[in-house]
Ligand binder design. Structure first.
Ligand code: HEM
Length: 498
């Protein structure tokens, strides 16, 4: 594609009236996502394919979309919200992720990191969105039906993108294939979310009663509390507030869960293939930690003191320019959302000269755009964080219509900063203490779906790092305190020999 035009047109079988325009041209991206934004809403086709998301932010246009965007911005600028989710993330790292990595490292076991990171982000997103931690991180990585349900839902949506609408609609009518799975998945997801909604209502009721007599626990600063507070008596959300809340919450799960976990997988995979980048990240981290230590003289910061790491995170995290660049670089090569689809309402001519109308399905391939010599240079296939750093040492600004990982224009991802911060926290917590390596011979290739998963998962081995004069790092503080598993389902005790 790169040698010729950056845009080409494909027609589907005659009876389907399918017309696909596939583009990797940044000028087209800028035109569709920003300059002529009004002509490219999500539209009815998108809504049909993603119908399970109902009236959540992903699926809606116009006033409803503005309403969701306003609410999200209200939450993101809430003074306590930032503190709330950063604390929750470190808590999850300390009590969920690290004990499992300690365990597998000491026992010399293999671990499926895609699954592990998926559980970590599920618990984290659930806490941030619902103020409820489902505690799915467990030594045995047992099955939670909600994971399969989310996976089946995603598969069905992807399927709807690749077959003509008449085919999947017929399957839906017959109740077979991915459509059948998706219907069953919906019930599981609904049970989970509606359960959380009623629990939250009960908490709010108790809270308002106890507030009347000025005692009682404070409610969290999560997304659902904010929406519940806002929509009381609001006419903007239709006649079924619980259905509206369910759609809203589900959209955030879809937005955050898989995207961050696959970003983490590809990041650690790239580090394992590029030890020189890992060494530079560690070096930068050591310098920042030493500076933080100097500022707080008496505190001795070591890798397994997550309480101190988390308190210093704001101070240290923002200074980690090389790590930030490495994260952007990984997202360039492996964008968690690998493609995006759009269609115009009115006929239009794209900057590439192609004419489009409402029957044209426009597809951007973010995956291909991240690997184009014309955009990134001859070394575009290399993992080179340096390309993101200016001579002044600051992060280079790359226009979002060229680096589309977080979308561009008015519908830019709202979780961008949060995602980068979560990835930074996990990387900081892991690299100082463990060597992560893919299991030899395990195939690592991208799958074909809405999200850029590793098709066969990420089987890895984790070894405890050897530190000069200290020998193997001790079992983390979090784990030493946790003799039993921290998940919600098993009551196993894991007694570790130091
Ligand atoms: C590495 C992680 C992430 C990546 C790569 C990513 C990427 C994207 C992309 C490509 C879109 C545009 C989708 C579309 O138009 O169909 C998007 C939208 C969105 N993202 Fe993210 N996302 C990430 C994490 C998150 C997180 C953690 C949240 C919040 C919890 C979030 C919230 C949203 C929301 C609310 C939208 C819809 C914006 C709108 O339509 O106005 N994202 N994201």
């Amino acid at each position: 594609m790169e040698k010729g035009s950056l845009t080409f047109v494909m027609k589907g079988p005659r009876f389907t009236n399918m017309k696909l325009l596939i583009t990797v041209d940044p000028a087209n991206a800028q035109h569709i996502l920003s300059k002529n934004f009004g002509n490219y809403p999500k539209g009815s086709k998108f809504k049909e394919r993603f119908e399970g998301l109902g009236d959540g932010i992903f699926n809606v246009d116009s006033e409803m979309w503005k309403y969701h965007r306003k609410m999200a911005q209200l939450l993101l600028s809430h003074p306590q919200f930032n503190q709330f989710w950063v604390e929750k993330i470190w808590e999850k790292i300390e009590t969920g992720l690290i004990p499992i990595l300690d365990h597998v490292s000491k026992q010399g076991l293999e671990i499926e990191l895609q699954d592990l990171f998926g559980r970590f982000t599920f618990d984290t997103i659930s806490t941030v969105v619902l103020d409820y931690d489902p505690r799915t991180l467990c030594f045995d990585l047992p099955n939670f039906p909600i994971f399969k349900a989310l996976h089946d839902g995603e598969e069905a949506i992807f399927y709807r993108h690749v077959v003509p609408a008449c085919v999947w609609k017929f399957q839906k009518w017959l109740g077979i294939g991915t459509e059948k799975k998706s219907r069953e998945a919906s019930k599981i997801v609904d049970n989970f979310i509606y359960g959380c909604i009623s629990k939250k209502r009960e908490e709010m009721r108790k809270n308002s009663q106890s507030n009347a007599c000025k005692v009682g626990p404070k409610l969290g600063v999560d997304l659902m509390t904010l929406y519940m507070d806002e929509i009381r008596g609001s006419g903007e959300i239709g006649s079924n507030p619980d259905k509206f809340l369910r759609d809203t919450v589900l959209s955030y799960f879809v937005a955050g869960k898989e995207t961050i976990s696959v970003a983490l997988c590809w990041f650690f995979y790239l580090l394992s293939k590029n030890p020189h980048v890992l060494a530079k990240i560690k070096e930068e981290l050591d310098v920042s930690m030493a500076q933080a230590k100097d500022h707080h003289g008496d505190e001795k910061i070591i890798w397994d003191q997550y309480d101190i790491l988390s308190r210093k995170f704001k101070e240290v995290g923002d200074k980690l320019i090389y790590l930030h660049a490495a994260i952007c670089e990984a997202l360039r090569l492996y964008p968690p959302v690998p493609f995006n689809a759009k269609a115009p309402i009115e006929p239009d001519t794209l900057p590439s000269g192609h004419k489009v109308d409402s029957s044209t399905q426009i597809i951007f391939s973010m995956y291909a755009m991240g690997r184009m010599k014309s955009l990134w240079g001859e070394d575009c296939y290399e993992f080179k964080p340096e390309r993101w750093i200016l001579e002044t040492g600051k992060i280079r600004h790359v226009p979002s219509h060229k680096f589309l990982a977080f979308n561009s224009g008015p519908r830019t991802c709202l979780g961008k900063n949060m995602s980068v911060t979560i990835i930074k926290a996990v990387v900081i917590a892991i690299i100082g203490k463990y060597h992560i390596q893919p299991v030899r011979g395990h195939p690592i290739v991208p799958g074909v779906s809405l999200v850029l998963h590793m098709r066969h998962g990420f089987k890895a081995q984790s070894r405890l790092k050897f530190v000069k004069n200290k020998g193997l790092l001790a079992v983390s503080k979090g784990f030493a305190e946790l003799a039993s598993c921290a998940c919600s389902g098993c009551s196993k005790n894991f007694v570790m020999d130091g």
